[in-house]
Design a protein around this ligand. Structure first.
Ligand code: HSE
Length: 407
């Protein structure tokens, strides 16, 4: 029998406890050992909940118990998660987590500590909730260089954008729904400003390039400024608007961004709706492969954490190599990466508009969708953001919105 502990009894942690209990014999059989949940750590009390029998408030009870072999963390945030992970791994206790803040900032270091102590640090649930993408990247797709990773990496914003696009539901209302469903971060700014997706694309890009890609160095544009008019233009271009995290290699450098993108109906990401996430990887040999599933939510995310616990149990006494160096990956300036843009500008001066169209390389003006007036919109050829902003500045047009296109 292998004793394990869960840190945090919130949305994901309680999901882990539920799966370990409801699927107990199945989970144990597939791990090759009976898995016994010995402790759950949380600062709160849960009167009347069966978790009371295993609830503790002091991490030292867990880490100092020689029977504990695996710890799963679902508390979120950098501290005390990092201190707990370090202490556990230094004692040879394997550690798995759904905490992308921890993984993005300290993943390389914790993998190193796990290696030194012949233990494992696994983090499947930190990206894409229940979608297995990390294990396939490090175990199955090891023959390829990945030159592009693009994905819908945040369940909350995809749920919101889907409801806004399909039913015209107001922003605040859909955000409240996503919070009620347990998708949103404690501070939903992390979702809507793109920070959550930023951490996830940083983790994926770090694994792809085997060097640290840091969240701080990634351009993040959220969905807070997306309006019904943007959706109307998107529809007229047979596309939708999705918050994408994308990392692309050009001339040997990684260019990484999180931003709303126009996604055409021909792209498989177009059909990814609601809380579902999808991650598309492009390998130099394999070409495209896509992973799809629920990107947030209690059971889906907990399912990935429990798979990590099982893998830790199967590998007790041995370390599974994960290549991720602390050395920073050299990133290209995203302003210099060519994207196609949907640009909306005020329609006040015909001369300025025609100068602007010429500066965009003669991009044709789009027909405004019904109900939109007083503005002009263009779909550019691939161009850099630097060149676009220069064209705006030099021609004196007033920018309303600009959205990159995924094609
Ligand atoms: N708030 C996150 C999301 C949870 O909505 O995707 C899963 O990381």
């Amino acid at each position: 029998m292998i004793n394990v502990a869960v840190l945090g009894y919130g949305t994901v942690g309680s999901g882990v406890v539920k799966i370990l209990s409801e699927n107990h014999s199945h989970v144990s059989r597939r791990a090759g050992e009976e898995i016994n949940l010995k402790y759950v750590l949380d600062l709160r009390e849960f009167p009347g909940d069966p978790v009371e029998k295993v609830l503790v408030h002091d991490f030292d009870i867990i880490v100092n118990d020689p029977e504990i072999r695996v710890i799963a963390e679902a508390m979120g945030g950098l501290e005390p998660a990092f201190t707990f992970a370090k202490k556990a791994l230094e004692k040879g206790i394997s550690f798995c987590t759904s905490n992308k803040v921890l993984v993005e900032a300290k993943g390389a270091e914790l993998i190193g500590i796990a290696k030194e102590h012949n233990a494992n640090f696994f983090f499947e649930a930190s990206v894409g909730g229940g979608i297995p993408v990390i294990r396939p990247m490090i175990e199955c797709l090891t023959a390829d260089h990945f030159d592009e990773i693009s994905g819908i990496l945040n369940g909350t914003t995809n749920y919101m954008l889907t409801r806004m696009a399909e039913e015209g539901v107001a922003y605040d209302e859909v955000l409240a729904e996503a919070q009620e469903l347990g998708y949103a971060e404690r501070n939903p700014e992390a979702d809507v400003e793109g920070h959550d997706a930023g951490r996830k694309i940083a983790i994926l890009a770090s694994l792809a390039g085997e060097k640290q890609v840091s969240f701080e160095n990634i351009r993040m544009e959220g969905i807070t400024k997306i309006t019904e008019k943007d959706f109307a233009y998107a529809r007229s271009l047979e596309s939708s608007i999705k918050l994408l995290g994308t990392a692309r290699v050009k001339d040997g450098r990684y260019y990484v961004i999180v931003a709303p993108f126009l996604v055409p109906a021909t792209d498989p990401l177009f059909a990814v709706n609601g809380v579902y996430n999808a991650i598309k990887l492009h390998g130099d040999m394999l070409e495209n492969v896509m992973f799809y599933g629920q990107g947030a939510g209690k059971e889906a995310t907990a399912s990935a954490v429990v798979s990590d616990i099982q893998d830790c149990v199967r590998r007790l006494g041995s370390h599974r190599e994960i290549l991720w160096d602390k050395e920073p990956q050299e990133l290209g300036d995203i302003r210099e990466y060519p994207f196609r843009f949907l640009v909306r500008v005020e329609d006040t001066d015909a001369e300025k508009l025609s100068a602007f169209a010429s500066a965009l390389g003669g991009a044709g003006r789009l027909v405004a969708p019904r109900g939109i007036s007083g503005e002009a919109a263009f779909l550019t050829n691939p161009m850099t953001e630097t060149a676009l902003m220069k064209a705006i500045e030099e021609t004196g047009v007033t920018l309303i919105a600009r959205i990159r296109a995924a094609w």
